[in-house]
Design a protein around this ligand. Structure first.
Ligand code: ADP
Length: 384
């Protein structure tokens, strides 16, 4: 069936000047729903297009079911691609749009009818088969595009940002439909998106990319709990993980400015220099300053955004020695970062129940859950 294997897969443009995809290795099992996610320009579409056969491969191999397909034409790869803009034929009815690929392949009419009706039933399109795309809503058009892919009974679906053009509510609805459809059909699916929420809800495994390089390929839970580096830690999760510069101290403590954070286990002796302490907003808790435990991080509430039933609280740190690192800041060479050094206000975010949020301007003391603190090497960005 539809397993997909990428070995050292690379793509360069401009005679080698632009490396869009850098030596990617990835195994997708038959029936898996895998999401490629990363910021714009990280190479995820190029990767998908190489798998689809729409883009020439510069190096490495793509194998489908164990067969290397580098030199196999797209139409012979037995995969179906769904694009962001659906690319429906405006003058054809829904039925004709869905049937088109089968007609091209000279399927007998009875088989075409059977498959179109099957797809229409699965996608709830029966009532719409005689309409033209112009008479459909965005969500319905999206389903027709899926119908065109389904009738081919492909080994795999390749979905390139299929939800990006939809409004927020429809996106959530169609995201759930895609998930259900996959459970029903069990066909290997690769879904490309820049939206980490979409990735985390849909993927059985998620591949996170940055600058053409695969950063981590794991289950959503692993990506959230154990990001392998600062990039993944900052990209997955919303609001993003807070990063603070810290120095390991004795007995399982790490010093952040003049505060001390307790770790679950002491760091091994090797790590003596600067580290980056990662704490997700949901793993911080607060007390009024006067009730503070010694060593807590002191701050003043700067902004409270209530998104019922939660509140995202931005806190300006009062300790002039505390240093926050931005999620997208490249790992510095082991030195305190320039961008946040000096007089700039250092802010971190906390996510709490709206009922338990501090007030604007309140002086608070923050404590991070020792089990959830993540540490990263300050120069390489790798998880410790
Ligand atoms: P993503 O899908 O993650 O947004 P792409 O795969 O579209 O990223 O692009 C990856 C990189 O390759 C980008 O830096 C982009 O500018 C570059 N790129 C894509 N297509 C071409 C092309 N035809 N010629 C030159 N550079 C390209």
């Amino acid at each position: 069936m539809g397993s997909i294997s990428l070995r050292d897969l690379s793509k360069t443009y401009g005679g080698g000047a632009i490396a869009a995809v850098k030596s990617v290795n990835l195994e997708i099992e038959d029936g898996e729903f895998v999401v490629f996610v990363g910021p714009s320009g990280c190479g995820k579409s190029t990767l998908l297009r190489m798998i689809a056969g729409l883009e020439k491969i510069s190096g490495g191999t793509v194998a489908i079911n164990g067969r290397v397909v580098n030199e196999v034409a797209s139409r012979n790869r037995d995969i179906a691609m769904v694009f962001q803009n659906y690319a429906l034929y405006p003058t054809m009815t829904v039925r004709q749009n869905i049937a088109f690929a089968l007609e091209l392949r000279k399927f007998p009419q009875a088989a075409i009818d059977e498959r179109v009706n099957e797809a229409a039933r699965i996608l709830d399109l029966k009532e719409l088969l005689d309409r033209k795309p112009g008479q459909l809503s965005g969500g319905q058009r999206q389903r027709v595009a899926m119908g065109r892919a389904i009738v081919r009974h492909p080994q795999a679906f390749l979905l390139d940002e299929p939800l990006s053009n939809l409004d927020a509510k429809l996106r959530v609805q169609l995201r759930a439909e895609l998930g259900r459809l996959h459970q029903r059909l069990g066909v290997t699916t690769i879904h490309v998106t820049h939206d980490q929420v979409e990735a985390m809800t849909l993927g059985s495994r998620v591949a996170v990319f940055s600058r053409g390089t695969l950063q981590q390929y794991d289950t959503p839970q692993k990506l959230y709990d154990a990001p392998k580096n600062l990039f993944v830690a900052g990209f997955i999760g919303s609001p993003a993980m807070n990063f603070l510069e810290g120095t390991p101290a004795a007995d399982g403590l790490v010093r952040v400015g003049s505060a001390e954070m307790r770790l679950r286990a002491p760091l091994t002796g090797k790590q003596s220099g600067l580290v980056i302490v990662g704490v997700r907003p949901e793993h911080l808790s607060w007390r009024p300053r006067e009730e503070a435990t010694p060593g807590a991080l002191a701050g003043t509430v700067d902004l409270v955004e209530t998104i019922e039933p939660e509140a995202y609280v931005t806190i300006a740190l009062d300790d002039p020695a505390a240093r926050v690192r931005r999620a997208d800041e490249p790992a510095a060479n082991g030195m305190a970062s320039d961008a946040t050094a000096g007089s700039a206000v250092q802010r971190i975010q906390m996510r709490v129940s709206a009922r338990a949020a501090p007030a604007l301007g309140q002086k608070v003391a923050l404590v991070a859950d020792p089990d959830r603190i993540r540490l990263f090497d300050a120069s390489s960005g790798a998880a410790l």
